[in-house]
Design a binder for this molecule. Sequence first.
Ligand SMILES: [Zn+2]
Length: 129
Amino acid sequence: MIDFSMYDFKEPEIMAYKCEKCGTLYYPAPMICGKCHSRRDPVSDAHWETFALKGPCTLLTWTRLWNLPEGYNKKYLLFGIVQFDNGLRASGRLETDNPVTGMPLVATVVSSDERPGKPVNVFVFKEAE
Ligand SMILES: [Zn+2]
């Protein structure tokens, strides 16, 4: 038997949260719902529904980052903040040559090992087809 447990074959995902009581959506998840004060158990996420945050979104604002640390073979990186149809906002890497505020994008998630330590899932926003 080969032990596959160290491999993660699942597509990387970033989860958003839905308050069990009032249905308010959150990303990232708070300890306590800001609307109805329902408490989330951070270990088990008991009763709070989770769902993968991805898909169509709109670019709210963006910035170009120059002077990247050693190890990058690009001159700059683009970062953006987007809003999803459900109202949630997230920040991540922007992969488009001509970012325009208000443009439609598609949010995907990649596993990134750019930072030291364990790989983390980050958003990558691409131009909508
Ligand atoms: Zn609530």
